[in-house]
Write a protein that binds this ligand. Structure first.
Ligand SMILES: Nc1nc2c(ncn2[C@@H]2O[C@H](COP(=O)(O)OP(=O)(O)O)[C@@H](O)[C@H]2O)c(=O)[nH]1
Ligand SMILES: Nc1ncnc2c1ncn2[C@@H]1O[C@H](COP(=O)(O)OP(=O)(O)O)[C@@H](O)[C@H]1O
Length: 220
């Protein structure tokens, strides 16, 4: 007989861990928003979306404060001057910025953050936050499918769709700067791959800050 509780009754062991910053980039329309929403739903409180500030007009179906903090150019410039952004960039003629607040405090407590930023944002965040950053680039299965997704979304005028298609090649040229590259062909397959990347990155020895004490205890 043993006094240890049966495995099913024991609370799972959770070692202290440093959080990470998961960055998703892709050409417009390849599926970042779709994959992000699925990840946030599946991961619950353990993953927090970094909501960017933008000067682009709100789209039908978007919610201010959930999808973006929508603002005007003078207010955005004021935030830049006040140092409110971890990074910011101009994309498609609009300004986008990642708010500095919240992220650094949460990382130390094991909170993970999700960022939907372009290649400029990915580079700047990687420079600012080093090994806390994990970058994933999503590719469409073909250019024809990308165009059909942009049109199918039904949120952008014809000239905007054409502009985004013209920019797609330039954005895709940055694929080799990312840690992981996933083709978003079938949504559920792509989502499973991105979730696997997140799970593996969480297990990295260097993020598991509780391992030193834990292994010391095991070997005592
Ligand atoms: N650098 C940077 N890029 C951002 C930020 N927020 C969004 N973006 C990028 O801006 C681009 C345009 O985003 P959006 O207007 O939502 O269009 P969509 O990607 O077609 O849905 C995308 O490549 C986003 O990843 C940010 O805070 N910083
Ligand atoms: N694997 C997929 N197969 C078919 N349609 C997709 C897939 N992934 C995304 N979509 C659709 O394509 C459109 C663009 O996706 P979205 O997530 O808004 O892209 P992004 O955020 O990269 O601009 C949306 O209408 C979305 O429902």
């Amino acid at each position: 007989m043993t006094d240890s509780p049966a495995p099913a009754e024991r609370a799972p062991l959770a070692l202290p861990r440093r959080g990470l910053m998961l960055i998703l980039s892709s050409p417009s329309g390849a599926g970042k928003t779709t994959i992000s929403r699925k990840l946030l739903e599946a991961e619950g409180a353990s993953l927090t979306m970094s909501v960017s500030v933008t000067t682009r007009p709100i789209r039908p179906g978007e919610v201010d404060g959930r999808d973006y903090h929508f603002t005007d150019v003078p207010s955005f410039r004021q935030m830049v001057d006040a140092g409110a952004f971890l990074e910011w960039a101009e994309v498609f003629g609009n300004l986008y910025g990642t708010p500095r607040a919240q992220v650094s405090a949460g990382l130390g407590e094991g909170q993970d953050y999700l960022f939907d930023v372009d290649w400029q944002g990915a580079q700047q965040l990687a420079q600012a936050a080093g090994s806390d950053v994990v970058t994933v680039f999503l590719l469409p299965p073909s250019l024809a499918e990308l165009e059909s997704r942009l049109r199918g979304r039904g949120t952008d005028a014809e000239e905007v769709v054409r502009g985004r298609m013209e920019r797609a090649r330039a954005e895709m040229s940055h694929w080799s700067e990312y840690d992981y590259v996933v083709v978003n062909d079938v949504i559920d397959d792509c989502f499973a791959k991105v979730q696997t990347i997140l799970a593996a990155e969480r297990l990295k020895r260097t993020r598991q800050t509780g391992l030193v004490d834990f292994t010391r205890g095991l070997m005592a």
